[in-house]
Design a protein around this ligand. Structure first.
Ligand SMILES: N[C@@H](CCC(=O)N[C@@H](CS)C(=O)NCC(=O)O)C(=O)O
Length: 203
């Protein structure tokens, strides 16, 4: 049996799809419907009803993007730095992305999930300013890649987050991040997965 990735193109499941493609893990993509929050088949195994979710070949269900990334990189020992400092940096940036940036993006793009209508503008402004603080941090840190000079799983995670932010012109004031983003747009895995996603749309 193959791995199954549950999600939607351009959602958080992109992180996992890029990763599986990069490390040549065979997977089937299960596109969730618009009513997935009430889809009993999903809720039975994933009561939080969020994606990404992965079903392993032996029938286990995994949730939380960061934990799913670790499942694959530990299994394959790939896309993780090979020095002690590099590994520490990798863990730190993965935690920062999944526990700080991702949630702030959800606040910015879906304020109505968190506050009443009269407070949404305030939440959007505050989360925007928090995201700018985070981008400043990344701008000072990023080089060729987000951890050192080699591609790691953290780069696919970061690209997915930046893809959402770019839509709202967040990257314009961050030349190093923009550089990284443009380089990742040309990454073979990202280009191939985008092509596969487009083909899925037309089926
Ligand atoms: N902490 C979770 C966040 C996942 C998440 O919020 N995913 C979004 C899609 S990008 C989702 O499923 N939203 C639906 C909802 O929360 O109702 C993770 O890292 O996997």
């Amino acid at each position: 049996m193959k791995y199954k990735i549950f999600g939607k193109s351009e959602w958080g499941s992109d992180i996992i799809e890029f990763l599986c493609h990069e490390i040549s893990i065979e997977y089937e993509f299960v596109e969730i419907g618009d009513n997935f929050k009430s889809d009993k088949t999903i809720l039975n195994v994933n009561p939080l009803g969020r994606v990404p979710m992965v079903e392993t070949p032996n029938g286990e269900y995994l949730i939380e993007s960061m934990a799913i990334v670790y499942h694959f990189i530990e299994r394959e020992s790939q896309l993780i730095p090979d020095t002690k400092n590099g590994i520490t940096d990798f863990h730190q940036i993965m935690a920062f992305m999944s526990s700080s940036i991702y949630p702030a993006i959800l606040l910015y793009f879906h304020p109505d999930h968190y506050v009443s209508t009269e407070n949404t503008e305030d939440l959007v402004n505050r989360s925007k300013s928090i995201l700018e603080t985070y981008l400043n941090y990344l701008e000072n840190k990023i080089g060729e890649y987000i951890v050192g000079n080699s591609l790691s799983a953290a780069d696919f995670y970061l690209f997915t987050l930046l893809f959402w932010l770019e839509e709202d012109h967040f990257l314009e004031n961050y030349p190093k991040i923009q550089n990284f983003y443009n380089k990742m747009l040309q990454n073979q895995t990202i280009m191939k997965v985008r092509k596969i996603q487009n083909e899925r749309k037309t089926v």
